[in-house]
Design a protein around this ligand. Structure first.
Ligand SMILES: Cc1ncc(COP(=O)(O)O)c(C=O)c1O
Length: 474
Protein backbone atom coordinates (compact mmCIF):
# COMPACT_ATOMS: atom_id res chain seq x y z
CA UNK A 1 0.00 0.00 0.00
CA UNK A 2 1.13 3.50 -0.80
CA UNK A 3 1.98 5.03 2.54
CA UNK A 4 2.71 8.33 0.78
CA UNK A 5 -1.05 8.57 0.24
CA UNK A 6 -1.63 7.59 3.86
CA UNK A 7 -3.33 4.47 2.55
CA UNK A 8 -4.06 1.18 4.25
CA UNK A 9 -5.17 -1.86 2.29
CA UNK A 10 -8.82 -2.89 2.61
CA UNK A 11 -7.68 -5.95 4.57
CA UNK A 12 -5.59 -3.86 6.93
CA UNK A 13 -8.50 -1.49 7.46
CA UNK A 14 -10.87 -4.36 8.19
CA UNK A 15 -8.53 -6.11 10.58
CA UNK A 16 -7.79 -2.92 12.45
CA UNK A 17 -11.40 -1.78 12.37
CA UNK A 18 -12.64 -5.11 13.74
CA UNK A 19 -10.07 -4.92 16.50
CA UNK A 20 -11.31 -1.46 17.43
CA UNK A 21 -14.92 -2.62 17.35
CA UNK A 22 -14.01 -5.58 19.58
CA UNK A 23 -12.35 -3.22 22.04
CA UNK A 24 -15.45 -1.05 22.12
CA UNK A 25 -17.83 -3.97 22.44
CA UNK A 26 -15.82 -5.37 25.36
CA UNK A 27 -15.86 -1.91 26.93
CA UNK A 28 -19.64 -1.63 26.66
CA UNK A 29 -20.34 -5.28 27.56
CA UNK A 30 -18.02 -5.43 30.59
CA UNK A 31 -19.66 -2.39 32.17
CA UNK A 32 -19.37 -2.74 35.94
CA UNK A 33 -16.48 -5.24 35.74
CA UNK A 34 -14.11 -2.86 34.06
CA UNK A 35 -11.72 -0.80 36.19
CA UNK A 36 -12.66 2.85 36.55
CA UNK A 37 -9.39 3.97 35.02
CA UNK A 38 -6.83 6.26 36.56
CA UNK A 39 -5.34 9.71 36.53
CA UNK A 40 -1.61 8.99 36.97
CA UNK A 41 0.85 11.76 37.65
CA UNK A 42 2.31 13.84 34.86
CA UNK A 43 5.69 12.31 35.65
CA UNK A 44 4.41 8.78 35.08
CA UNK A 45 2.74 9.67 31.84
CA UNK A 46 5.78 11.56 30.61
CA UNK A 47 7.74 8.36 31.18
CA UNK A 48 5.23 6.26 29.28
CA UNK A 49 4.15 8.53 26.49
CA UNK A 50 6.83 11.14 25.80
CA UNK A 51 8.66 10.50 22.53
CA UNK A 52 10.04 12.41 19.58
CA UNK A 53 7.83 12.89 16.57
CA UNK A 54 8.35 9.60 14.74
CA UNK A 55 10.03 10.04 11.39
CA UNK A 56 9.03 6.56 10.29
CA UNK A 57 5.71 4.86 10.94
CA UNK A 58 5.03 1.67 12.92
CA UNK A 59 2.62 -1.18 12.23
CA UNK A 60 -0.88 0.04 13.13
CA UNK A 61 -1.42 -2.97 15.38
CA UNK A 62 1.54 -1.91 17.49
CA UNK A 63 0.13 1.60 17.78
CA UNK A 64 -3.20 0.17 18.87
CA UNK A 65 -1.37 -1.97 21.43
CA UNK A 66 0.08 1.20 22.87
CA UNK A 67 -3.36 2.82 23.01
CA UNK A 68 -4.67 -0.25 24.83
CA UNK A 69 -1.76 -0.41 27.26
CA UNK A 70 -0.92 3.18 27.97
CA UNK A 71 -3.74 5.44 26.90
CA UNK A 72 -7.10 3.86 27.69
CA UNK A 73 -6.25 2.62 31.22
CA UNK A 74 -4.80 6.00 32.11
CA UNK A 75 -8.01 7.89 31.55
CA UNK A 76 -11.01 7.87 33.84
CA UNK A 77 -13.98 5.97 32.47
CA UNK A 78 -16.53 8.71 32.90
CA UNK A 79 -19.06 6.37 31.30
CA UNK A 80 -18.42 3.71 33.97
CA UNK A 81 -21.56 2.70 35.91
CA UNK A 82 -19.76 3.56 39.15
CA UNK A 83 -18.45 6.93 38.05
CA UNK A 84 -20.56 9.33 40.10
CA UNK A 85 -18.35 12.41 39.91
CA UNK A 86 -18.73 15.75 38.13
CA UNK A 87 -21.22 15.25 35.28
CA UNK A 88 -20.69 11.66 34.11
CA UNK A 89 -20.63 10.87 30.39
CA UNK A 90 -22.66 7.69 29.99
CA UNK A 91 -22.62 7.44 26.22
CA UNK A 92 -24.24 4.75 24.11
CA UNK A 93 -22.96 2.46 21.39
CA UNK A 94 -25.24 3.82 18.69
CA UNK A 95 -23.84 7.30 19.33
CA UNK A 96 -20.33 5.88 19.04
CA UNK A 97 -21.08 4.28 15.68
CA UNK A 98 -22.68 7.48 14.46
CA UNK A 99 -19.54 9.43 15.38
CA UNK A 100 -17.47 6.86 13.52
CA UNK A 101 -19.64 7.31 10.43
CA UNK A 102 -19.60 11.09 10.71
CA UNK A 103 -15.84 11.19 10.94
CA UNK A 104 -15.29 8.32 8.52
CA UNK A 105 -17.18 10.13 5.79
CA UNK A 106 -15.88 13.43 7.18
CA UNK A 107 -19.23 15.06 6.68
CA UNK A 108 -19.04 18.84 6.63
CA UNK A 109 -21.98 20.31 8.51
CA UNK A 110 -21.26 24.00 8.01
CA UNK A 111 -23.06 24.55 4.72
CA UNK A 112 -25.98 23.06 2.85
CA UNK A 113 -23.99 22.60 -0.32
CA UNK A 114 -21.48 20.33 1.44
CA UNK A 115 -23.72 18.58 3.93
CA UNK A 116 -27.37 18.89 2.90
CA UNK A 117 -28.66 15.78 4.66
CA UNK A 118 -26.53 16.58 7.71
CA UNK A 119 -28.15 20.03 7.90
CA UNK A 120 -31.60 18.52 7.40
CA UNK A 121 -31.03 16.04 10.22
CA UNK A 122 -29.73 18.81 12.49
CA UNK A 123 -32.90 20.79 11.72
CA UNK A 124 -35.04 17.78 12.56
CA UNK A 125 -33.26 16.91 15.80
CA UNK A 126 -33.14 20.52 16.99
CA UNK A 127 -36.86 20.60 16.32
CA UNK A 128 -37.39 17.47 18.42
CA UNK A 129 -35.60 19.17 21.32
CA UNK A 130 -37.65 22.32 20.75
CA UNK A 131 -40.87 20.31 20.94
CA UNK A 132 -39.74 18.53 24.10
CA UNK A 133 -39.21 21.95 25.69
CA UNK A 134 -42.53 23.31 24.44
CA UNK A 135 -40.85 26.18 22.58
CA UNK A 136 -42.61 27.80 19.60
CA UNK A 137 -41.88 27.05 15.94
CA UNK A 138 -39.96 30.30 15.58
CA UNK A 139 -37.22 28.62 17.62
CA UNK A 140 -33.97 27.63 15.98
CA UNK A 141 -30.69 26.34 17.23
CA UNK A 142 -27.66 24.25 16.56
CA UNK A 143 -25.31 21.73 18.05
CA UNK A 144 -22.04 22.96 19.49
CA UNK A 145 -19.00 21.29 20.99
CA UNK A 146 -20.56 21.53 24.45
CA UNK A 147 -22.30 23.68 27.00
CA UNK A 148 -19.58 26.31 27.19
CA UNK A 149 -19.89 27.00 23.48
CA UNK A 150 -23.68 26.84 23.69
CA UNK A 151 -23.66 29.49 26.43
CA UNK A 152 -21.37 31.82 24.49
CA UNK A 153 -23.47 31.32 21.35
CA UNK A 154 -26.72 32.13 23.16
CA UNK A 155 -25.25 35.13 24.95
CA UNK A 156 -23.84 36.47 21.68
CA UNK A 157 -27.39 36.35 20.30
CA UNK A 158 -28.64 38.14 23.43
CA UNK A 159 -25.95 40.79 23.17
CA UNK A 160 -26.76 41.43 19.53
CA UNK A 161 -30.54 41.43 19.95
CA UNK A 162 -30.70 43.46 23.16
CA UNK A 163 -27.66 45.74 22.94
CA UNK A 164 -26.81 45.89 19.28
CA UNK A 165 -23.41 44.61 20.49
CA UNK A 166 -22.66 47.75 22.51
CA UNK A 167 -21.85 46.42 25.98
CA UNK A 168 -21.25 49.81 27.63
CA UNK A 169 -23.06 49.91 30.96
CA UNK A 170 -24.86 46.64 30.28
CA UNK A 171 -25.44 44.21 33.15
CA UNK A 172 -26.31 40.51 33.20
CA UNK A 173 -27.54 38.61 36.26
CA UNK A 174 -27.17 35.07 37.50
CA UNK A 175 -27.12 33.21 40.79
CA UNK A 176 -23.97 32.41 42.74
CA UNK A 177 -24.44 28.79 41.65
CA UNK A 178 -23.98 29.50 37.96
CA UNK A 179 -21.38 27.57 35.97
CA UNK A 180 -18.17 29.45 35.24
CA UNK A 181 -18.65 28.95 31.50
CA UNK A 182 -21.13 31.83 31.77
CA UNK A 183 -18.47 34.15 33.22
CA UNK A 184 -16.11 33.07 30.49
CA UNK A 185 -18.73 33.56 27.79
CA UNK A 186 -19.41 37.11 28.91
CA UNK A 187 -15.70 37.85 29.17
CA UNK A 188 -15.20 36.65 25.60
CA UNK A 189 -18.11 38.80 24.50
CA UNK A 190 -16.42 41.93 25.84
CA UNK A 191 -18.09 42.31 29.23
CA UNK A 192 -15.98 43.13 32.26
CA UNK A 193 -16.40 40.83 35.29
CA UNK A 194 -18.39 43.53 37.16
CA UNK A 195 -21.00 43.48 34.39
CA UNK A 196 -22.17 40.08 35.63
CA UNK A 197 -24.02 40.32 38.95
CA UNK A 198 -23.95 37.12 40.94
CA UNK A 199 -27.13 37.41 42.99
CA UNK A 200 -26.98 35.33 46.21
CA UNK A 201 -29.10 32.21 45.91
CA UNK A 202 -31.84 31.21 48.36
CA UNK A 203 -31.60 28.41 50.93
CA UNK A 204 -32.18 25.86 48.14
CA UNK A 205 -29.41 27.31 45.97
CA UNK A 206 -31.84 28.90 43.52
CA UNK A 207 -31.80 32.37 42.08
CA UNK A 208 -34.08 34.47 44.23
CA UNK A 209 -36.44 36.58 42.05
CA UNK A 210 -36.91 39.28 44.68
CA UNK A 211 -33.14 39.69 45.17
CA UNK A 212 -32.85 39.83 41.39
CA UNK A 213 -35.59 42.49 41.17
CA UNK A 214 -33.73 44.61 43.73
CA UNK A 215 -30.43 44.23 41.88
CA UNK A 216 -32.02 45.25 38.57
CA UNK A 217 -33.68 48.27 40.21
CA UNK A 218 -30.40 49.35 41.81
CA UNK A 219 -28.59 49.12 38.48
CA UNK A 220 -31.30 51.08 36.67
CA UNK A 221 -31.18 53.74 39.38
CA UNK A 222 -27.42 53.98 38.88
CA UNK A 223 -27.91 54.53 35.14
CA UNK A 224 -26.75 51.08 34.06
CA UNK A 225 -28.51 48.92 31.52
CA UNK A 226 -29.77 45.53 32.74
CA UNK A 227 -30.20 43.30 29.68
CA UNK A 228 -30.10 39.62 30.52
CA UNK A 229 -30.91 37.06 33.21
CA UNK A 230 -29.03 33.80 33.13
CA UNK A 231 -30.93 31.16 35.05
CA UNK A 232 -30.08 27.54 35.79
CA UNK A 233 -32.05 24.46 34.89
CA UNK A 234 -29.95 22.09 36.97
CA UNK A 235 -26.89 23.61 38.62
CA UNK A 236 -23.69 21.62 38.49
CA UNK A 237 -23.31 21.74 42.27
CA UNK A 238 -26.70 20.49 43.43
CA UNK A 239 -29.00 20.13 40.41
CA UNK A 240 -31.05 23.11 41.61
CA UNK A 241 -33.50 24.58 39.12
CA UNK A 242 -34.09 28.31 39.41
CA UNK A 243 -37.77 29.37 39.62
CA UNK A 244 -38.22 29.70 35.87
CA UNK A 245 -41.86 30.94 35.76
CA UNK A 246 -41.15 33.77 38.24
CA UNK A 247 -37.94 34.66 36.42
CA UNK A 248 -39.74 34.67 33.08
CA UNK A 249 -42.37 37.04 34.54
CA UNK A 250 -39.62 39.31 35.80
CA UNK A 251 -37.74 39.16 32.51
CA UNK A 252 -40.97 40.11 30.67
CA UNK A 253 -41.70 42.97 33.05
CA UNK A 254 -38.14 44.32 32.91
CA UNK A 255 -37.58 43.62 29.23
CA UNK A 256 -34.64 41.32 29.91
CA UNK A 257 -33.42 38.43 27.77
CA UNK A 258 -33.90 35.14 29.66
CA UNK A 259 -31.13 32.66 28.99
CA UNK A 260 -31.35 29.34 30.79
CA UNK A 261 -28.27 27.20 31.26
CA UNK A 262 -29.75 23.74 31.18
CA UNK A 263 -26.56 22.17 29.86
CA UNK A 264 -26.86 19.44 32.44
CA UNK A 265 -30.52 19.44 33.49
CA UNK A 266 -32.59 20.50 30.48
CA UNK A 267 -32.28 17.17 28.63
CA UNK A 268 -34.33 15.64 31.44
CA UNK A 269 -37.38 17.43 30.02
CA UNK A 270 -37.72 14.21 28.02
CA UNK A 271 -39.15 12.36 31.03
CA UNK A 272 -41.98 13.04 33.42
CA UNK A 273 -39.93 13.93 36.50
CA UNK A 274 -37.77 16.27 34.44
CA UNK A 275 -40.77 17.96 32.87
CA UNK A 276 -42.26 18.70 36.28
CA UNK A 277 -39.05 20.23 37.56
CA UNK A 278 -38.50 22.26 34.42
CA UNK A 279 -41.83 24.04 34.44
CA UNK A 280 -41.36 27.39 32.68
CA UNK A 281 -38.64 26.20 30.32
CA UNK A 282 -40.98 26.97 27.44
CA UNK A 283 -40.61 30.67 28.24
CA UNK A 284 -36.88 31.09 27.69
CA UNK A 285 -35.35 33.35 25.06
CA UNK A 286 -32.43 30.96 24.78
CA UNK A 287 -31.49 27.63 26.26
CA UNK A 288 -28.34 25.55 26.60
CA UNK A 289 -29.07 21.83 26.59
CA UNK A 290 -26.30 19.30 26.18
CA UNK A 291 -26.94 15.88 24.67
CA UNK A 292 -23.45 14.82 25.80
CA UNK A 293 -24.55 15.18 29.38
CA UNK A 294 -27.94 13.61 30.00
CA UNK A 295 -28.93 12.29 26.59
CA UNK A 296 -26.17 9.69 26.58
CA UNK A 297 -24.10 10.95 23.68
CA UNK A 298 -20.35 10.67 23.19
CA UNK A 299 -18.56 14.01 23.59
CA UNK A 300 -18.80 16.56 21.91
CA UNK A 301 -22.41 17.61 21.45
CA UNK A 302 -23.83 20.57 23.26
CA UNK A 303 -26.94 22.33 22.08
CA UNK A 304 -28.37 25.82 21.97
CA UNK A 305 -31.97 26.81 21.22
CA UNK A 306 -33.02 30.41 20.59
CA UNK A 307 -36.69 31.29 20.72
CA UNK A 308 -36.41 33.55 17.70
CA UNK A 309 -33.95 31.91 15.30
CA UNK A 310 -33.44 35.23 13.50
CA UNK A 311 -31.53 36.50 16.53
CA UNK A 312 -28.95 33.76 16.09
CA UNK A 313 -28.60 34.42 12.40
CA UNK A 314 -28.35 38.17 12.86
CA UNK A 315 -25.67 37.73 15.51
CA UNK A 316 -23.50 35.38 13.44
CA UNK A 317 -24.11 35.82 9.74
CA UNK A 318 -21.23 37.22 7.71
CA UNK A 319 -20.66 37.06 4.01
CA UNK A 320 -17.34 35.99 2.57
CA UNK A 321 -16.41 35.92 -1.09
CA UNK A 322 -14.97 32.40 -0.83
CA UNK A 323 -18.34 31.13 0.41
CA UNK A 324 -20.47 32.59 -2.38
CA UNK A 325 -21.31 29.14 -3.71
CA UNK A 326 -22.48 28.10 -0.26
CA UNK A 327 -25.30 30.62 0.06
CA UNK A 328 -28.01 28.44 -1.54
CA UNK A 329 -31.78 28.86 -1.44
CA UNK A 330 -33.42 30.71 1.42
CA UNK A 331 -34.63 27.52 3.09
CA UNK A 332 -31.32 25.70 2.63
CA UNK A 333 -29.78 26.24 6.02
CA UNK A 334 -26.08 26.91 6.42
CA UNK A 335 -25.47 26.18 10.08
CA UNK A 336 -22.21 28.10 9.91
CA UNK A 337 -24.35 31.26 9.71
CA UNK A 338 -25.94 30.45 13.10
CA UNK A 339 -22.87 29.98 15.27
CA UNK A 340 -19.14 30.29 15.64
CA UNK A 341 -17.83 27.38 13.61
CA UNK A 342 -17.59 27.17 9.84
CA UNK A 343 -16.18 23.67 9.68
CA UNK A 344 -18.44 21.58 11.87
CA UNK A 345 -18.67 17.84 12.34
CA UNK A 346 -21.97 16.03 11.87
CA UNK A 347 -22.89 15.97 15.57
CA UNK A 348 -26.62 15.64 15.00
CA UNK A 349 -26.22 12.15 13.54
CA UNK A 350 -25.49 10.52 16.90
CA UNK A 351 -28.51 11.97 18.63
CA UNK A 352 -30.73 11.26 15.62
CA UNK A 353 -29.59 7.63 15.43
CA UNK A 354 -29.97 7.22 19.20
CA UNK A 355 -33.57 8.48 19.10
CA UNK A 356 -34.33 6.36 16.03
CA UNK A 357 -32.92 3.17 17.55
CA UNK A 358 -34.21 3.49 21.12
CA UNK A 359 -37.17 5.82 20.64
CA UNK A 360 -38.04 8.69 22.95
CA UNK A 361 -39.60 6.22 25.38
CA UNK A 362 -36.44 4.29 26.20
CA UNK A 363 -34.27 7.40 26.35
CA UNK A 364 -36.81 8.89 28.77
CA UNK A 365 -36.71 5.76 30.93
CA UNK A 366 -32.91 5.91 30.96
CA UNK A 367 -33.10 9.52 32.23
CA UNK A 368 -35.73 8.56 34.84
CA UNK A 369 -33.27 5.97 36.16
CA UNK A 370 -30.85 8.78 37.01
CA UNK A 371 -33.55 10.52 39.06
CA UNK A 372 -34.38 7.22 40.79
CA UNK A 373 -30.76 6.42 41.57
CA UNK A 374 -30.21 9.81 43.19
CA UNK A 375 -33.42 9.38 45.19
CA UNK A 376 -32.29 5.91 46.25
CA UNK A 377 -28.91 7.27 47.34
CA UNK A 378 -30.68 9.94 49.36
CA UNK A 379 -32.85 7.32 51.11
CA UNK A 380 -29.82 5.16 51.90
CA UNK A 381 -28.00 8.13 53.39
CA UNK A 382 -30.97 9.22 55.48
CA UNK A 383 -31.13 5.74 57.03
CA UNK A 384 -27.64 6.22 58.49
CA UNK A 385 -27.46 8.27 61.66
CA UNK A 386 -24.13 10.01 61.05
CA UNK A 387 -24.90 11.07 57.51
CA UNK A 388 -26.61 14.33 56.63
CA UNK A 389 -28.21 15.04 53.29
CA UNK A 390 -27.21 18.62 52.47
CA UNK A 391 -29.32 18.93 49.33
CA UNK A 392 -31.90 16.30 48.45
CA UNK A 393 -31.93 14.39 45.19
CA UNK A 394 -32.86 16.80 42.47
CA UNK A 395 -31.95 16.41 38.84
CA UNK A 396 -29.99 13.26 39.63
CA UNK A 397 -27.64 14.87 42.15
CA UNK A 398 -27.47 14.45 45.91
CA UNK A 399 -24.99 16.21 48.22
CA UNK A 400 -24.19 15.06 51.74
CA UNK A 401 -21.75 14.97 54.63
CA UNK A 402 -20.80 12.60 57.36
CA UNK A 403 -21.29 14.54 60.60
CA UNK A 404 -20.48 12.41 63.63
CA UNK A 405 -22.10 13.78 66.77
CA UNK A 406 -20.04 16.33 68.62
CA UNK A 407 -17.53 16.86 65.83
CA UNK A 408 -16.72 20.52 65.14
CA UNK A 409 -17.26 21.73 61.58
CA UNK A 410 -13.55 21.87 60.78
CA UNK A 411 -13.12 18.24 61.65
CA UNK A 412 -16.16 17.33 59.53
CA UNK A 413 -14.63 19.30 56.64
CA UNK A 414 -11.41 17.33 56.92
CA UNK A 415 -13.35 14.06 57.09
CA UNK A 416 -15.32 15.03 53.97
CA UNK A 417 -12.16 15.65 51.97
CA UNK A 418 -10.52 12.49 53.21
CA UNK A 419 -13.59 10.42 52.40
CA UNK A 420 -13.49 11.59 48.79
CA UNK A 421 -9.81 10.91 48.31
CA UNK A 422 -9.90 7.55 50.10
CA UNK A 423 -12.93 6.44 48.09
CA UNK A 424 -11.36 7.44 44.79
CA UNK A 425 -7.99 5.90 45.65
CA UNK A 426 -9.75 2.68 46.44
CA UNK A 427 -10.99 2.60 42.84
CA UNK A 428 -14.34 0.92 43.43
CA UNK A 429 -16.33 4.01 42.62
CA UNK A 430 -15.56 7.61 41.82
CA UNK A 431 -17.22 10.62 43.33
CA UNK A 432 -16.33 14.25 43.84
CA UNK A 433 -16.81 17.00 46.37
CA UNK A 434 -18.06 20.51 45.95
CA UNK A 435 -18.43 23.51 48.22
CA UNK A 436 -21.74 24.79 49.53
CA UNK A 437 -21.89 27.82 51.82
CA UNK A 438 -18.13 27.65 52.17
CA UNK A 439 -18.05 24.04 53.34
CA UNK A 440 -17.03 20.92 51.43
CA UNK A 441 -19.76 18.38 50.73
CA UNK A 442 -19.74 15.01 49.03
CA UNK A 443 -21.64 14.87 45.79
CA UNK A 444 -23.09 11.89 43.92
CA UNK A 445 -24.37 12.19 40.37
CA UNK A 446 -25.60 8.70 39.44
CA UNK A 447 -27.12 9.39 36.01
CA UNK A 448 -25.64 6.41 34.21
CA UNK A 449 -28.59 4.19 33.23
CA UNK A 450 -26.32 1.15 33.45
CA UNK A 451 -25.68 1.72 37.16
CA UNK A 452 -27.11 -1.05 39.32
CA UNK A 453 -29.00 -0.24 42.53
CA UNK A 454 -26.62 -2.61 44.36
CA UNK A 455 -23.63 -0.54 43.24
CA UNK A 456 -25.06 2.54 44.86
CA UNK A 457 -25.67 0.61 48.04
CA UNK A 458 -22.10 -0.77 47.94
CA UNK A 459 -20.67 2.70 47.34
CA UNK A 460 -22.44 4.11 50.37
CA UNK A 461 -21.48 1.06 52.47
CA UNK A 462 -17.92 1.56 51.33
CA UNK A 463 -17.99 5.23 52.36
CA UNK A 464 -19.23 4.20 55.77
CA UNK A 465 -16.45 1.62 56.08
CA UNK A 466 -13.86 4.21 55.06
CA UNK A 467 -15.26 6.62 57.62
CA UNK A 468 -14.85 3.91 60.29
CA UNK A 469 -11.26 3.25 59.23
CA UNK A 470 -10.43 6.96 59.10
CA UNK A 471 -11.68 7.65 62.61
CA UNK A 472 -9.60 4.74 63.93
CA UNK A 473 -6.50 6.01 62.18
CA UNK A 474 -4.18 8.16 64.32
C1 LIG B 1 -24.67 23.77 34.12
C2 LIG B 1 -23.50 23.66 33.20
N1 LIG B 1 -23.30 24.60 32.26
C3 LIG B 1 -22.27 24.56 31.40
C4 LIG B 1 -21.36 23.54 31.45
C5 LIG B 1 -20.22 23.51 30.47
O1 LIG B 1 -20.44 22.50 29.52
P1 LIG B 1 -19.26 21.87 28.65
O2 LIG B 1 -18.35 21.21 29.64
O3 LIG B 1 -19.97 20.90 27.77
O4 LIG B 1 -18.59 22.96 27.91
C6 LIG B 1 -21.52 22.52 32.41
C7 LIG B 1 -20.54 21.42 32.50
O5 LIG B 1 -20.61 20.56 33.35
C8 LIG B 1 -22.62 22.57 33.30
O6 LIG B 1 -22.82 21.62 34.23
Amino acid sequence: MDRDRLDLSPDEMRTLGYRVVDLLVDHFANGEDEPLGEAPSREELEARLREDLPEEGSPPDAVLDQVEENVLPNTMRVDHPRFFGFVPGPNNFIGVLADLLASGFNIFSGTWISGAAAAQIELVVIDWLRELCGLPETTGGLFTSGGSMANVTALAAARHASLDDDVTGAVAYCSDQTHTSVDRALRLLGFRPDQLRRVPSDDRYRLDPSALRDAVAADRAAGRCPFCVIANAGTTNTGAVDPLPALADLADAEDLWLHVDGAYGAPSVICERGQKRLDGIERVDSLTMDPHKWLFQPFEIGGVLVRNAHHLRRAFRLEAEYLEDAVGEADEINFSAYGIQLTRSFRALKLWMTFKVFGRRHVATAVERGFEHAERAERLLRERPEWTVVTPAQMGIVTFRCEPEGWPSDRVDTLTRRLVSAMNENGEAFLTQTTLDGRPVLRLCPINPRTEAASLQNTIDRLEAIRGALSEAP
